[in-house]
Design a protein around this ligand. Structure first.
Ligand code: UD1
Length: 364
């Protein structure tokens, strides 16, 4: 008899983590029957649908349509709707990825219904509880039955919190599975050319963390530093950031000039990775980009005081940055003095089959 696995997808960074797992289960496992659940946390076409198309995912089997709102609204909406679904469908296991609100909410529903929970990307810790993601990570890991980790630091964090060693499985980085599969096609697209920049001579910016973008004064300081970067920058603007910019008229206030900082719409997976692959450097507060740049050996400046992904600094091409340090760091990149980095162990594009093997043994 097959085992019904709910794969939970909610927000943009989830989709590239779910896709390889869906593929490994639907094509490569006689035991596991994946059911794709979209909670609706991200809903714009270019924040959601386009990723399903690019990543070869079918339309979700169930769309909960919870949408945006405050943390409590999002979490409560998922709790109510997902509990109903679980009671109807009784999955044999719920698999969640990452650290978004739906990760935590769906885990909580499943745990209370005594349905096993598997968390992929478990054990990451920034030790910064002002980040909503840190709360989501701590809560999900506390109630998950299987914890799939990307790197040994995550194992150490979990063991330090008292998680039983038998629940922890070091399997590598699931996001890299999607990257490895897409890299050639993404590199060959001409997406970056539409913005009038040359390969290897521009930077890519992404900013969406509440700590960077919710306070317009903070965002203004960051923009003022960006305008001084000595290379063109392409900046696909997240809806959260766009809203703050528009409310505060920041483009005019900061004198953002399109020849220096091009503000563009959020891009699909292939188009965005095309920009990354042809860029000279990345300036970001994203978690996933710290990992993707480490895999690709591209200099990454992370505009945050901490990271839950220290391996990208210790082994990869990532450094933390502030508005005070950014100019010097960019200068080192321009002068070719950036560290080389190496690809962490098990970031090899084969994490999904490793997870499937553990799940099959667990559920057999
Ligand atoms: C969420 C995740 C964050 C992740 C990020 C990736 C949490 C707590 N945060 O943050 O970890 O890095 O997604 O993007 O789960 N909006 C739209 N259209 C969309 C999606 C969002 O307009 O398709 C707007 C809405 O106004 C929404 C706001 O953006 O209220 C913020 O979206 P939300 O999902 O609450 O948080 P993110 O900042 O996207």
């Amino acid at each position: 008899m097959t085992k019904k696995i709910h794969l939970i997808a909610a927000a943009r960074p989830n989709f590239m983590k779910i896709a390889p797992l869906w593929r490994a289960m639907s094509g490569g496992s006689d035991l596991l029957d994946p059911v794709l659940i979209h909670t609706g946390q991200h809903y714009d076409k270019n924040m959601s649908d386009v990723f399903f198309e690019d990543l070869g995912l079918p339309a979700p089997d169930v769309h909960l349509g919870v949408g945006g709102g405050s943390h409590a609204q999002q979490t409560a909406g998922v709790l109510l709707k997902y509990e109903d679904l679980c009671l109807q469908q009784r999955p044999d296991l719920v698999l969640v990825v990452g650290d978004v609100n739906a990760t935590m909410a769906t885990s909580l529903v499943a745990a209370k219904l005594h349905i096993p929970v598997a968390h992929v990307e478990a054990g990451l810790r920034s030790r910064d509880r002002t980040m909503p993601e840190e709360i989501n990570r701590l809560m999900t890991d506390a109630i998950a039955d299987l914890l799939f980790t990307p790197s040994p630091d995550a194992d150490a964090n979990l063991l330090g919190e008292g998680v039983a060693a038998g629940k922890i499985h070091l399997v590598g980085n699931i996001m890299i599975d999607s990257l490895v599969r897409s890299i050639e096609k993404a590199r060959d697209l001409g997406a970056f050319k539409a913005f009038g920049v040359q390969s290897g001579e521009f930077g890519v910016v992404t900013l969406h963390r509440p700590s960077n973008v919710d306070d317009p004064a903070t965002l203004e300081k960051i923009f003022n530093v960006l305008t001084a970067v000595p290379m063109p920058l392409l900046f696909p603007v997240h809806p959260r950031t766009r809203a703050v910019m528009e409310r505060n008229d920041l483009v005019a206030r900061c004198g953002l000039d399109a020849s220096q900082v091009q503000l563009i719409e959020p891009l699909g997976y292939y188009q965005f990775m095309n920009l990354v692959l042809h860029s000279r450097m990345i300036l970001t507060d994203s978690g996933g980009l710290q990992e993707e740049t480490t895999y690709l050996g591209i200099p990454c400046l992370t505009m945050r005081p901490n990271t839950e992904r220290p391996v990208t600094i210790e082994q990869g091409t990532n450094e933390l940055a502030t508005v005070e340090t950014l100019a010097d760091q960019v200068q080192r990149i321009v002068e070719g003095k950036w560290k080389q980095g190496r690809i962490p162990d098990l970031w090899d594009g084969r994490t999904a089959p490793r997870i499937v093997k553990v799940l099959e043994d667990y559920l057999a």
